[in-house]
Design a protein around this ligand. Sequence first.
Ligand code: PA5
Length: 439
Amino acid sequence: NVTEARIGPDQGLDLERELRAHTPPLEQALEALWARHRDPDMPLGWIAVPEDTETARAALRYREANPWVTDVVVLGIGGSALGAQAVHAALGDRRVALHFVDNVEPEPVLHLLGSLNPRTTLVNVISKSGTTAETMAAFLVFRKWLEDALGAEWRRHVAVTTDPKKGVLRPYAARHGLTAFSIPPTVGGRFSVLTPVGLVPLAFAGVDLEGLLAGARKANETAAAPVAENLPAQTALVQYLYYRRGKPISVLMPYSTRMRLVPDWFVQLHAESLGKAESKTGSRVHVGPTPLKAVGTTDQHAQVQLYREGPFDKLVVFVRLERPTTDLELPAVEGLEALDYLFGKRLFELLTAEAKATAHALAKARRPNYTIQLEQLDAYHLGWLLQHLMWQTAILGELLGVNAFDQPGVELGKQYTYALMGRAGFEALAEELKAEGVV
Ligand code: PA5
């Protein structure tokens, strides 16, 4: 069950030489991360999360205790939604439908409400901080909708996933006897997919939770290896070197429709973790690769023209499967002999050829790319990929010298929103917005 990435052809980067030259900073980065991963004051709890199999069991017990659920509505945004969305799209079994409300646009919210039966709907409100305006607003709407339909019974239809102590949701859940799951305080939102944030909804989606965690543990094993065999250290280095050498854009392009939401999760992971104004020592740096989403083969017909002939500013990472879980043979059709090169071939063969052809076409045009190959798309390999990318992000943060675990740049927008919405304590900001003509 070797999950591997092949980096190459070298496209201007002598990986072995670079690895030798950068072994000391990579070792330092790994040591810094591993040494602090159980420190209750450090945001590195995500490293140990895959070892916690009890949370997965609790999520499964919760599903079994509630066989009446046909629909789960996840109220959460950013790190509290994107991971579960990505895994659900890839592996969800659809017996229970999952819906994600991660925006506050009224029309889709009303549309969803109109399509659900409150008697068989479970609302899982997920917010680490327990304060995010979008999630709280959605909770107000869905809680009332449940209460209007079910009276006091609404309580059985809500599960809260939040910090064990902070935020408004925890005491509210306690007061009403709601089912509540805890997000470990040392795990930040975008690193939380394998905590109850992802595991509770994914249990309802029929995903093999233990498989996900086992794959993530495998990624941890690799991340503990010496630099020469340490894949996340190597991919972080490749990302770092290209970023520093005029390739500020990092594309993630799985060749799989089922994996189409993995890049959305990755985009948030890299963007919020690495896009920083200040270094850890306080100097102004304004760094961060710009992550970009693409899906093969779809985006061959949308973005690849730009990748191959546009600015020399991208590093493209493909994710390719070695085998499908099921396949289709292409039938011969009389009268369509011009297509005979396809007759008798399989769809997966074409998909693989497309991926290889695109990678090679980019390489020929001196566009750096590498491919992560997964044996197949299952919980184990997806769990591995998610944890691998979390490691890559954390190591890249160390190489760039930034704190990958905060997001100060998101704050001002949140505060302006509070001011615009009249939240107490934000009066001065409201005045400022008025003076500046925003209202
Ligand atoms: O990665 C992060 O920390 C953010 O994207 C959060 O997940 C997002 O802002 C939602 O926050 P919360 O879970 O506190 O509602």
